[in-house]
Design a binder for this molecule. Structure first.
Ligand SMILES: *Cc1c(COP(=O)(O)O)cnc(C)c1O
Length: 337
């Protein structure tokens, strides 16, 4: 069976985890700090501007909390995962659901401006950079969970708003051994607020904080994965090229200045369930990337998101997928293009 997705974990990750276990220090410590700083260097930030946490969801909550999200109107796309709604709920903000842009999976920025949101969560879905306006009158959180390493105008994205968040869950571009996340920002004051929140133990005041820490064992695995990310991105790009060359209509960036990372190979298709079934019969697992029932609000109110949910299939794409297997997938999918 060719799975839809697979983390790429090797001997180096095993050795890194074993090294931490043998050291006797497994909680948040020096490995987490190194991982944070390596993430900063990857993104072009000064050291100390990333906070590693236990998940992307925790990172989203912390970003919203740092911006005083309680009772604020928080814009989020309906075409996204429940983690966004959960974070808004935990911070006690008010959800303003938004449709997709006309021809892509990202949030409709015009709708965000019209909704009068105080804060916007803007994911770059499937690794395709979200197209952000030059001027805005709301605070912005860039959700990089699916797009770590993507660029706009040559610059790595994630830092175009007040804060950004990463996820290192098992299925993302890199993983810190199953779960993990990070908050990033150019703004040192915001980063220090998040750091203080994460440092929940042995504090002399009575302010509420919470344990969202990453462990050194996770961070050690993450360091190896981060070093491999450019290679992963290249391998994914090659596989994406196989699908594109086969004539499949794939979701991609809307402007030439955008350099996506191929987190997902999502093809437009008029009969998604028939394609998924046919692939399944050939030992290949494909999925609808965001299903109709997964939309975060009533589908009929969001025509773009609704149409995308009913006319797309996500094909297998992960660094260790063999080129020959991708060609076989492309051959079958080509009949449904
Ligand atoms: C995965 C994901 C998250 C949540 O990250 P977790 O680490 O799974 O909590 C948030 N936003 C987007 C766009 C994601 O894909």
């Amino acid at each position: 069976m060719i799975p839809h997705n697979l983390p790429t974990l090797g001997m180096e990750e095993q050795a890194a985890a074993a090294r931490v276990l043998a050291s006797g220090w497994v909680a948040q410590g020096p490995e987490v700090e190194e991982f944070e700083n390596e993430l900063c260097r990857f993104l072009g930030l000064p050291d100390g501007h990333a906070i590693a946490v236990s998940s992307g969801s925790a990172a989203l909550f912390l970003a919203l909390w740092a911006l005083d999200g309680k009772n604020k109107l928080i814009g989020l796309p309906v075409y996204a995962c429940a983690a966004l709604r959960n974070a808004v709920g935990l911070v006690e903000g008010k959800c303003a659901y938004l449709d997709c842009e006309e021809n892509g999976p990202n949030v409709d920025m015009a709708a965000a401006a019209k909704a009068g949101v105080d804060i916007l969560i803007a994911p770059s879905m499937f690794g395709i950079p979200v197209d952000l306006p030059n001027a805005r009158d709301y605070l912005l959180i860039e959700d990089l969970a699916q797009a770590l390493g993507a660029r706009v105008g040559g610059e790595r994205i994630g830092l175009r708003g007040e804060l950004g968040i990463c996820s290192f869950y098992a299925t993302k571009l890199i993983t810190t051994g199953g779960q993990g996340g990070a908050v990033i920002s150019r703004d040192r004051a915001l980063i220090e607020r998040v750091r203080d929140y994460r440092q929940f133990d042995s504090r002399k005041d009575t302010r509420l904080r919470f344990n969202f820490q990453m462990t050194d064992m996770q961070a050690a695995v993450g360091r190896v994965q981060l070093a491999k990310l450019p290679e992963f991105v290249e391998q994914r790009e090659r596989l994406f090229g196989i699908y594109a060359n086969a004539g499949l209509e794939l979701l991609g960036p809307l402007t030439a200045s955008m350099q996506p990372v191929r987190y997902r190979a999502v093809m437009r298709c008029t009969a998604p369930s028939r394609l998924i079934e046919t692939l399944q019969n050939n030992g290949i697992r494909a999925i609808v990337p965001v299903e109709q029932w997964e939309l975060l609000d009533e589908p009929e109110k969001y025509p773009m998101a609704s149409r995308l949910a009913s006319t797309t299939v996500s094909l297998p794409i992960y660094p260790t997928l063999a080129a020959g297997d991708a060609r076989r997938v492309a051959g079958i999918a080509g009949d449904f293009a």
